[in-house]
Structures are given as C-alpha cells and as structure tokens.
Write a protein that binds this ligand. Structure first.
Ligand code: FAD
Ligand code: NAP
Length: 401
C-alpha cells in the first residue's frame, strides 16, 4: 500500500537510471513488493508496507526514491520507465495540520525526499555529456574480451591492484568518464544462485584506452576471498567476460574546459580520475580550468598509477600524495594534504567553475568533509551551505564503497 499523507499518497520507487538490477532488493523485501521484468525493478505500491528493509542493502541508492502522488504508479507503468517521473506539483494536506492549510510544493518535495540521505539526489554537472545507462543487464549482457591485465602495485607486496582492459569488439558500449560497469562473475553462490554483479569504475576516457578503440579499462583490487575481484584479477588475455551497464548518471565530468576539477581519492578510487585526466589531456590540454588530485595510499608502492602519474605535467594536473604507512614518516591522509593546500583550495572552492569529486574508501568521507569545512571557515565561508549549493549545481560528487 502506498502511504497516505491525507488525501495524497507517498509512493516508493526505484530509479531505473541508477539501478544495477542486482536483485538484492527483491531478495530482501519481506512482503514481495519488489518485482522485475527484463527492463526494470519496480515496487508494487499495493504491497509495500514501508518497512525500509530494502534501503540499506542496495549498493547504488537507486532504491531510495519517493514521490507524492494522487494515484500510485502501477507496476506496468514502472516497467516502461527509462527514468523516474518528476515530482508532480501536488498540494499536500498534512495529516497533522490543524490549520488546515495545504503545504506547498517544497513541503511535498520534502516529504517525497524523506529517507534519501543527506543532500538529496545527486545531480550531474550541467555541462556533462548525456550518459547512456543500462544498455546491458544480466538477462542481456555484453560480451567483452580481455586484451590486457597489468599489475599496478609493487610485485613483491600482497596488495594486488590491476589494470584490466576489456574490448567490446563490434558491440556498441558507449561510456563516459566517471561511469561504472557491472561484471557478472561466472558460477553460483552457496545458495546455488548466480553470483551477484559487482560494480567497477571505468578508468579510461570515453573513446577508449587509445583514441577511437572500442575498449575500456578498470582498476581492480584483489580482495582476499572476494568472488569477483579475484575472478577479474585472474583474467587472461583472450578471456571472455559478461558485462552489464553502463551505470551512473551523475558522477560525470563537466564538458567545460574552464571547469576546475578537484579530485580526492584513495586506492582504486583513482580509477575515474584517470579517465577524467586522460580525457582532458587528449581533448583540451591547454584548458584554463585547473585539475587538482589528492591521492592517498599506505605507501608509494600501493598507489595505483604511481609511475604514469609522475609523467603528467603539473600544468595539467597538480598532484598531492598522502602516505599513511611509510616507515619513520608521519601518517598522512588526503585530508591532511588538503589542509596544507588551504591557500590554493579556498579561492578555488569559491569559484562557480569548481567541481569536487571524492572517490574511494567510505571512511575518508567524513575526514574530507571536515577538511573542506576547515578550509572554508578560514575564508569566512560556511561549507555546509556551499556544499548544498555545489550539490544542487551538480558540482559536488561522492562515490565511496
Ligand atoms: P566479495 O566476494 O563481495 O567479498 C567482499 C568482502 O568480503 C571481501 O573483502 C572479502 O575479503 C570478504 N570475504 C568474502 N568471502 C570471504 C570468506 N569466505 N572469508 C573471509 N572473508 C570473505 N572495486 C575496485 O577494485 N575498483 C573499482 O574501480 C571499484 N569501483 C566501484 C564502484 C562502485 C560504484 C561500487 C559500489 C563499488 C566499486 N568497487 C570497486 C568495489 C567492487 O564492486 C567490489 O565490491 C569489490 O571488488 C569486492 O568484490 P568481491 O566480489 O571481490 O568481494
Ligand atoms: P587502504 O590501503 O586501506 O587505504 C588507502 C589509504 O586511505 C591508506 O593510506 C589509509 O590509511 C587511508 N585511510 C584509511 N582511513 C582513512 C580515513 N578515514 N580518511 C582518509 N584516509 C584514510 O585502501 P585500499 O587501497 O582501497 O585497500 C583496501 C584493502 O586492501 C585494505 O583494507 C587491505 O585489506 C588491503 N591492502 C593491503 C595492503 C598490503 O600491503 N597488504 C596494502 C594496501 C591495501 P591507513 O594506513 O590508516 O589504513
């Protein structure tokens, strides 16, 4: 049942542009309200009891969408969607409103956006190219061939991060920097179900590892006992891989050579930023917009792309590395390096041309946010307000996992 808010309904929906069709929500829902066809995963409003059990297991957040409606969207309507409908301009009569005044559109949107986490739905940069999403899925995967698998971290350590190149042959698989793909590892889990899809950020620019090749690169870290990362890291040249996607409609690069791009990452969070840097290097190497990278790892030998990054000129990419476990050296995190660079970052952050991207370890989010808060405070700016403005403009993006 859709939840009644006086004479209108609040309906739980799944964003088809973001959903990776992993089936987690359908498996989790205790009342079988979530179902799917070949196109979409949808919520049956006549069954949903708003228990919210499905929200936290969803790997993408696509599950956390709500609309206030006069009549619930049917399952069949939802199957046909390629994007969520906009929130209709509905005057909501509050159930507890003793004054009897109708709430305005803003209030309706607030109710609709409840449970969406802080900051609401992320927005793509206004100038970014329009991404293609969900062209391939589990029922209809793209088949890619492995054309390269190179170790990016020191051979002698047990931190194995790899650069994997997947070629799509004649299959059209259009991507943009910042998007992800889904890898479908072969085999079944302990319950005999096909293994879940895993997401990996695209580490190459939109026109391929080399210009105008129909391939893309991934930066994959081998996780001990991890199903998919071991499968991918063990792939050999010529192996065939089932791929879903592309996914991601907001963590995208601005298509504006005047845009300043501040990139903050740890480990494999560097993958999308390799794509960003390569695209700008190839297309607008003399761009007036600055690119700045803060990159954290335990030691230099754990930092993916350490060697190639040294060759990118500072005029194109200003680089600040933070190492946490170098013997006889202090523990430094990306947020420490950012604070050191406050004089450079503060004016950059106040420019409407600046975009900030954070990618990698979930744990760094809080520290990075605190550093941005300190940097802003130092120049009399309130970060919480600036962050909301930047997010609303599609200029602040976080993707941590
Ligand atoms: P799982 O099999 O899912 O295991 C998860 C963890 O459980 C592992 O750490 C593993 O050590 C532990 N585990 C599993 N089984 C056992 C066991 N029997 N005993 C003990 N421990 C166990 N990753 C990247 O490397 N590069 C990327 O660019 C990247 N981009 C991403 C982008 C997004 C948007 C998201 C959401 C995730 C991204 N990831 C990326 C993470 C990736 O999707 C996977 O989660 C990751 O590779 C681990 O998957 P796995 O199948 O190897 O591990
Ligand atoms: P990671 O190596 O665990 O972390 C990357 C960097 O982020 C490290 O410098 C780490 O410092 C730092 N960091 C941790 N918490 C942070 C926070 N709150 N704010 C900012 N920075 C923070 O990440 P990863 O490269 O993605 O690797 C993930 C996993 O790989 C690890 O959990 C580990 O199992 C394995 N790994 C193993 C080795 C190895 O040599 N055996 C090396 C790297 C990774 P800390 O030093 O404090 O962790």
């Amino acid at each position: 049942m859709a939840q009644a808010v006086s004479d209108v309904l609040k309906q739980h929906l799944i964003d088809p542009e973001v959903c990776i069709r992993c089936n987690t929500c359908e498996e989790t829902c205790p009342v079988d309200a979530i179902t799917h066809d070949n196109n979409n995963y949808v919520v049956d409003a006549s069954k949903c009891n708003f228990c919210l059990d499905c929200i936290s297991p969803c790997p993408t957040g696509s599950i956390d969408n709500w609309r206030v409606v006069n009549a619930a969207y049917s399952v069949d309507e939802q199957y046909s969607w390629s994007e969520l409908p906009v929130q209709q301009d509905i005057a909501v009569q509050s159930a507890n409103d003793e004054t009897g005044e109708a709430l305005d559109e803003e209030a309706a949107a607030l109710i609709a956006s409840a449970h969406q986490g802080t900051g609401g739905k992320p927005i793509a940069p206004a100038s970014s190219a329009k991404p293609s999403v969900n062209l391939f899925n589990r029922g209809r995967p793209a088949l890619a061939i492995v054309t390269g698998n190179y170790r990016l971290t020191a051979e002698n350590g047990d931190n194995d991060v790899r650069h994997i190149i997947l070629d799509f042959g004649d299959t059209r698989f259009p991507v943009l920097e910042g998007q992800s793909i889904g890898i479908l590892p072969p085999g079944v889990d302990a319950q005999g179900q096909p293994h879940r899809m895993r997401l990996y950020s695209i580490a190459s620019p939109r026109h391929g590892e080399r210009p105008n090749t129909n391939n893309l690169a991934l930066t994959v870290k081998r996780e001990p006992h991890g199903v998919c990362s071991n499968y991918v890291c063990d792939l050999k040249k010529g192996d065939k891989v089932q791929v879903a996607g592309p996914f991601g409609a907001t963590f995208l690069m601005p298509n504006d050579s005047a845009a300043n791009i501040v990139m903050i990452c740890t480990g494999t969070g560097s993958a999308p930023f390799r794509g960003f840097t390569e695209w700008r290097r190839r297309m607008t190497p003399d761009a007036v917009g600055r690119m700045v990278l803060f990159f954290g790892a335990r030691r230099p030998e754990d930092l993916p792309y350490f060697g190639p990054l040294q060759k990118v000129p500072d005029s194109l990419l200003a680089k600040f590395f933070a190492y946490s476990r170098v013997p006889d050296a202090p523990k430094i995190y990306v947020q420490d390096r950012m604070r050191e660079q406050a004089d450079m970052l503060a004016p950059l952050m106040q420019s409407d041309k600046t975009h900030i991207y954070v990618c990698g370890l979930r744990g760094m989010e809080q520290g990075v946010d605190a550093a941005l808060d300190d940097i802003c405070r130092g120049s009399g700016v309130k970060w919480s307000e600036l962050r909301e403005r930047m997010r609303g403009d599609g200029r602040y993006h976080v993707e941590t996992y």
